[in-house]
Design a protein. Structure first.
Length: 299
């Protein structure tokens, strides 16, 4: 394979992996939006908490990596339940703006809390797969496949498949979808709406925390890392069609590819700007996103 094709393959592979992370965060945003009608702007900071939780379990406490990973996932689920009870539930009967501002405030609180506990020094987490040879990947056809990026892609694909099976082939999934579509009618049918919303928050926090754990070995873990991830995930959700699960996944992958291709072929300096350029284009040409539907309003 020629050097140009190798570089292209490497760029696409990296973009798909990072896009998978954005998809998971965007998916959490979309699920909460569909079930409550509000956007959780703390979703990116929740991914930061997931990264720091994994760092604490594996690097500070010294647990076995897999044990620390599983404990971190359980912690994020519990954290999601507490987040729902303390941030959303008290404001559930208020306007969406009140809840949205509360999530922004929660995100700021999470950042400053982590800063107070761990300090401003960036931390590093070991990769998911470690080899005795020190090699962190394999080379195929001139493309270097990093194990951590492969883990991200595999976990993202598995979660997407599991979510499809959950929503389309289980009673719980259908109850969650019914709650997202019409909470009043769902309650009249005897479905516990509060429980369904709680499960949605737990699952979305699980996704956010998992995304942070997956990128923790790739980037340095800092109290500000969630801001960038959250904004790009939000852009992905809008490009895909806010409120659409398919849009969150495809939008996240598209953002990851645009970011990676732009950094390789245009300029790495503006790496973080390319996703928002794509967002700007969508807002001009197709503001409802890829899977969104036009909504007409009467004057």
């Amino acid at each position: 394979m020629s050097d140009s094709l190798s570089i292209l393959g490497q760029t696409i592979f990296s973009g798909l992996a990072i896009g998978g992370v954005y998809s998971l965060v965007a998916l959490g945003m979309v699920l909460i939006y569909r079930s409550t009608g509000v956007t959780n702007f703390a979703q990116g900071d929740i991914s930061m908490i997931g990264a720091y939780t994994l760092f604490t379990m594996t690097e500070v406490i010294g647990l076995n990596y897999m044990v620390g990973f599983l404990v971190s996932l359980v912690f994020m689920g519990v954290f999601g339940y507490i987040f729902q009870k303390t941030i959303y539930y008290p404001l559930r009967n208020r306007s969406f703006l009140s809840v949205m501002i509360a999530t922004i405030g929660a995100g700021i609180m999470f950042q400053n809390g982590i800063l107070a506990i761990f300090g401003p020094t960036p931390e590093k987490v070991r990769p998911f797969i470690q080899t005795t040879s020190g090699s962190g990947g394999i080379v195929l056809g001139g493309v270097y496949f990093d194990y951590q990026y492969m883990v991200i892609l595999i976990i993202t694909i598995v979660l997407v498949v599991l979510q499809y099976l959950l929503f389309e082939h289980t009673t719980l999934g259908k109850k969650m979808q019914a709650t997202a579509q019409d909470k009043t009618m769902t309650q009249l049918l005897g479905i516990p709406v509060s429980l369904m919303i709680g499960i949605t928050f737990i699952y979305s926090t699980f996704l956010g925390g998992l995304s942070g754990m997956l990128i923790a070995p790739i980037f340095f873990v800092t109290h500000r890392m969630g801001v960038t991830v959250g904004l790009k995930a939000f852009a992905a959700a809008i490009c895909g069609g806010f409120g659409d699960v398919r849009g969150a996944i495809i939008g996240g992958v598209a953002i990851g590819l645009i970011e990676s291709l732009g950094a390789s072929y245009i300029s790495a300096i503006y790496r973080d700007a390319y996703p928002f350029l794509l967002l700007f284009i969508f807002l001009l040409i197709r503001p409802q996103g890829i899977f969104g539907e036009k909504v007409s309003e009467k004057a």
